[in-house]
Design a protein around this ligand. Structure first.
Ligand SMILES: Nc1ncnc2c1ncn2[C@@H]1O[C@H](COP(=O)(O)OP(=O)(O)OP(=O)(O)O)[C@@H](O)[C@H]1O
Ligand SMILES: [Mg+2]
Length: 256
């Protein structure tokens, strides 16, 4: 099983890293399913290079209000795909997944209106979707988490096996990496690392590595600050990997 959650501080580069890893893993022969589990930001499909987003999976269970009743019962409803004990990527209805060149994207759900209530149902749906999704050989899942740590409160990580924390060069980001690493250990995830992102010099990289060592967080690798990535973020274009192949390759060597 390879279900990898990408988490960390807001704006640290989670969605960027998701796209870089998804393309890199696909190039290594994996079938990649990206799960958009961020209920706020709408643009992951663009970062990945798709021209439309999939219908939110919330629609398959009848909307936010139906999530708790649907998953609170122990019984499985064969007629509803998402409440089956197990289902595969290939079982997902066409409107709910966009796919191209070995990468698929599904979206849990987005907050659409003022006063519509909290995002807890999305967390529950993420957890149940990831738990029930049965992967075939060579399939992997990469989850783009919402910023911060609320997803741990909702138990999403109980259904995944690897946690990758994106850390940018800021004290808050370092502190959050330490916190997330402890939370992941608490729910029994054994494969936990941080990836340093937006690194502008060897000095900054080595300083962050020392800080992580003090905090007992393993560093899987680092990704340079790349003006072309910043530019594509500004213009809403897909992430390009040209100058980051080596950085991403080293991370995938350990992750896959
Ligand atoms: N290695 C990098 N080099 C240059 N810019 C980067 C890099 N990684 C991310 N960025 C830029 O930083 C910004 C935030 O990146 P991204 O949206 O991936 O972060 P995020 O953690 O997913 O944010 P959010 O918490 O809002 O979901 C974007 O403008 C992106 O282009
Ligand atoms: Mg994001």
């Amino acid at each position: 099983m390879k279900k990898i959650s990408i988490c960390g501080k807001g704006g640290s580069g989670k969605s960027t890293v998701v796209a870089l890893l998804a393309h890199g893993a696909r190039d290594r022969g994996r079938q990649v399913l990206v799960v958009d589990s961020d209920e706020s930001n709408p643009g992951l499909y663009r970062v990945l290079g798709f021209d439309k987003r999939p219908e939110p999976l919330l629609g398959l269970v009848g909307g936010k209000k139906e999530v708790f009743p649907t998953f609170s019962e122990e019984t499985e409803h064969e007629e509803n795909l998402l409440t089956r004990k197990e289902f595969r990527v290939a079982d997902l209805p066409g409107d709910y997944i966009v796919e191209r060149d070995g990468i698929g994207l599904v979206c849990i759900g987005k907050i659409l209106q003022s006063l519509e209530g909290c995002a807890c149902p999305m967390g529950v749906l993420s957890r149940e979707f990831l738990k029930r999704l049965s992967l075939q050989k060579d399939e992997i899942v990469v989850v783009d988490m919402e910023a911060g740590i609320e997803h741990f409160g909702r138990g999403v990580e109980t259904s995944i096996d690897s946690v990758l924390i994106v850390t940018e060069p800021s004290f808050d980001s370092l502190e959050l990496a330490e916190k997330i690493s402890a939370l992941a250990a608490e729910v029994g995830v054994e494969r936990v690392w941080t990836v340093l992102n937006k690194i502008r010099s060897k000095e900054i990289a080595s300083r962050l590595r020392k800080e992580m060592e003090k905090r007992n967080v393993s560093v899987i690798g680092s990704i340079g600050y790349e003006p072309e990535i910043f530019q594509s973020g500004l213009e809403g274009r897909p992430v390009r990997r040209d100058k980051l192949e080596t950085d991403i390759g080293r991370i995938l060597d350990q992750l896959l």
